[in-house]
Structures are given as C-alpha cells and as structure tokens.
Design a protein around this ligand. Structure first.
Ligand code: BGC
Length: 273
C-alpha cells in the first residue's frame, strides 16, 4: 500500500489568505499534528474584494488583512511566509487565466505583486489546489491512498488532483469542454443560481460532469467542496457513480488552511511541486 508523506512534526502557526472574486479572507492556521491541527487560531478576517478586482487594489486589501492578523496575540513572526490562494491557474507564481477575475491579471506575477505589498515572502497557489491540500492533509482525504479529486463548486468549478498525497497542480476541470460548453458554465453553483435550477435539475448536470470525470480519470474518491458542500444532502444522494463521493470537511476554511500549508510545505514533504 503506498504511503502518504509524513505531516509536519511541529505546531507552527502560519498566515493563510483565500482570495476570491467577491471576498478575501485570512486566518492564523495551526498546522502540525493533533486534534486541533488544520484549524484557525481565532476568527477569520474577511474583506470584500475591491471592484474592479485589479492587481493594485487587491494587493492593498491583502495587506490590510495581513496587518489585522499580524496585530493578534497569536500571530506568527511578522516576517514569516504567508500562504495565499487565488482563483486562477497559478504557474510558478504567475497568473495564467482569468475565468472569474479581471483579465488584467493574466501574465502578472502574483508572487511579486503580493511580496511587494506585504514586504515578506509569499507562496501563491490556485484556490482549489489549496482546498485539495487541506482536505488531503486534514479533511475527507486524510490518509486516503490512490487518486483523490477535490472538486469545488462555487462561482466557477475548481479541481485538485492528489495522487498518494502528492498534488498535481492546476487541474482545471471547470474549463473542460462538455456538451459544447465549458463545464463550469453549466454545473457551477453560480450556474444553478443563475438559472434557478432546483436540486434534481442541478444534480443532472453534476451527474453528467462527475460521470465524465470518472470515465476519464478513474479516481478512488471524489470530495466536493465550495459553499455548496454545506448542503450535501440536497444533491449527493441523487448522484449515481462508481466512485465514492463525499462532502469536504473543512468547508469555508479549506482555502485558508491549504494556503498556509502550501507556504509551510517542505519540498521533501511531497505535497507540492
Ligand atoms: C478557475 C480555477 C479556479 C476555480 C474556482 C475557475 O474559474 O479557472 O482556476 O480554481 O474557478 O475558483
């Protein structure tokens, strides 16, 4: 049986920030082992994403969030690395797509922009990758060998692919073309709201999407995250799949926790590229 990489051995506190199209939220994350690991020390802090969501304005909002967290008693050192997750393809720190954010981000180094704003080291990862890391380490995927797919249903559809505990980054399943359109334009939580679909109607769309993923990738487990993971009874029982499918456990904090995990990851850990 393949073994998952060992968890970090201490209980470090790391700042994690989850950047979305409507809100930006951060927290002090308790990593390491033990019953409380993967949880926040204190409340999370949220600010609206500035509109338009441009690099300069978002970097300023990020700095406000980090400054609030820095002033807390349990804050890590003010020069410690911050983990940030972002709703786009993030390739070696650079934004490579803009399905749900301002197109001016494309080609911009997220890492340089945020490091300039914070004056400290920053690790940036895709938001679904962050949720995937958090679920694989502390949530529904903890200790699960084989291929785990974390799918987040929100404004878009995010995906994380984790094989034996190792993340394959930027698994953009929301951009998969299905029945002639981008999958997320029909099956995201936003599409459900926009089109006023009831749960059985929405479940048909999810059925089409998840069966397709199942056929192409043969995963061992699907984990469904995003805001919708709070209501699993409305749609999970309606899906008929070979692959077990379970709701995410970290829900709203998965991005914050995963961003912190990415910032703290030792390359030897195997969690990140
Ligand atoms: C983006 C992904 C992101 C997902 C969830 C999609 O539109 O292309 O990169 O992970 O939305 O935010």
């Amino acid at each position: 049986m393949p073994r998952l990489p060992p968890a970090p051995s201490k209980h470090p506190s790391v700042l994690g920030v989850d950047i979305g199209g409507t809100g930006m939220k951060g927290g002090i994350v308790r990593l390491g082992h033990g019953p409380k690991s993967g949880t926040l020390r204190g409340d999370r802090f949220r600010l609206d994403t500035p509109q338009p969501a441009l690099p300069a304005t978002m970097a300023r909002t990020l700095a406000q969030i980090v400054s609030e967290l820095d002033h807390r008693e349990k804050a890590p050192d003010a020069d410690s690395r911050v983990g940030v997750c972002f709703p786009s393809i993030v390739q070696r720190g650079v934004c490579r797509s803009a399905n749900n954010i301002d197109p001016s981000w494309i080609g911009v180094s997220l890492q340089d922009t945020f490091e300039d704003a914070l004056q400290r080291p920053v690790t940036v990862v895709n938001d679904a990758d962050a949720a995937g890391l958090a679920e694989a380490r502390y949530g529904a995927g903890a200790g699960v060998p084989g291929l785990v797919m974390v799918i987040t249903l929100g404004t878009g559809i995010g995906g994380a692919m984790i094989n034996d505990g190792v993340l394959v980054p930027n698994f953009e399943v929301g951009s998969l073309e299905l029945d002639g359109v981008m999958a997320e334009s029909r099956a995201s939580a936003k599409a459900r709201e926009r089109e006023g679909l009831d749960w059985p109607e929405y479940a048909l769309r999810l059925q089409r999407f998840f069966s397709h993923l199942e056929r192409i990738f043969s995963p061992d487990l699907f984990i469904v995250g995003g805001g919708i993971s709070k209501r699993p009874h409305d749609y999970l029982p309606l899906l008929q799949l070979e692959t077990p499918i379970v709701p995410a456990m970290l829900q709203n904090n998965a991005g914050i926790v995963g961003a912190a995990l990415a910032a703290h990851a030792d390359p030897a850990d195997g969690l990140l590229r």
